[in-house]
Design a protein around this ligand. Structure first.
Ligand SMILES: Nc1ncnc2c1ncn2[C@@H]1O[C@H](COP(=O)(O)OP(=O)(O)OP(=O)(O)O)[C@@H](O)[C@H]1O
Ligand SMILES: [Mg+2]
Length: 255
């Protein structure tokens, strides 16, 4: 797997999504340059996954349009891959064969799949069944399956949500490393503000179906959890909790 998969620019123009009478997203405008790492945060039910599904072409907007480089997004695409909270591996296929599914059509050789297993540090587990791997290892296989297709856009919907804290940090580092190497554009949905600040060039907060905050994280990489880091974390958390206060909600520190 070479280094020839470069990122795509994602343009979202006044996009909205309604389900029946329920407006989930409205007038969302975003211009994400090629290769940028964007994190999307916001309270449960604010529309994060819906936005990601629009970008993935899994749902159609009821308003506006979305485009990748110069082509309108109107269905799933070969150059876009998605990672979910669960690895979604086929239990009856060995790990390497699960990864092979992600190889671009026409170039499906096992060597590529093995190489991708190597990228995520699991080459020696290639012949095993998904069922004998740990949750974190399964998630790495899913990452290999996504990356073997040399995506220009990688979408991640809380991919680390089910992992323990240490495995999570390992995975964050792996994702950052592979993103730096392959230069795809990344959009990560997470409920973890600290994860957003650790990984993203830019954090978007969604509230009431709108973008409530669009913040550049101007920290050098690799990032350390120093004072500047905490400053960004606090800025975002305070902004999220502000609304909770107005609504007289019980404030909780995990969103
Ligand atoms: N297919 C659908 N039909 C009807 N309503 C939907 C559909 N998909 C999502 N919704 C509604 O849209 C809203 C936003 O859902 P979404 O899954 O995007 O939230 P989220 O921000 O990802 O939340 P969480 O953090 O809990 O994953 C919710 O109120 C949800 O019930
Ligand atoms: Mg969601």
């Amino acid at each position: 797997m070479g280094n020839h998969s470069s990122g795509a620019r994602l343009l979202i123009e006044e996009a909205g999504k309604r389900f029946g009478d329920k407006i989930v997203l409205e007038g969302v405008k975003l211009d994400i340059p090629a290769g940028q790492f964007v994190a999307i945060v916001g309270r449960s039910g604010c529309g994060k996954s819906t936005l990601l599904r629009l970008i993935a072409g899994l749902e159609e907007p009821t308003q506006g349009r979305l485009a990748l480089d110069d082509s309108e997004i109107n269905g799933i695409r070969e150059d876009t891959r998605m990672l979910f909270q669960d690895a979604r591996l086929l239990p009856w296929k060995r790990c390497v064969d699960n990864v092979k599914i992600g190889v671009k059509s026409g170039s499906g050789d096992k060597e590529k799949a093995l190489e991708a297993m190597g990228l995520v540090g699991l080459r020696d587990r290639a012949k095993e069944w998904p069922g004998v791997l740990s949750g974190g290892q399964r998630q790495r296989v899913a990452l290999a399956r996504a990356l073997v297709g040399e995506p220009r856009l990688l979408l991640l919907d809380e991919p680390l949500g089910a992992l323990d804290a240490l495995t999570r940090i390992d995975m964050q580092q792996l994702i950052e490393e592979l993103w730096a190497k392959q230069q795809f554009t990344a959009v990560l949905v997470t409920h973890d503000v600290s994860e957003a600040v650790a990984l993203a060039d830019r954090v978007i907060l969604i509230e009431n179906g709108h973008i409530a905050l669009d913040l550049m994280i101007t920290l050098d990489r690799p990032r350390e959890r120093d004072n500047d880091f905490v400053h960004f974390e606090k800025l975002i958390l305070d902004r999220i909790l502000e609304r909770g206060k107005h609504e007289q909600r019980v404030v909780s520190y995990s969103i």
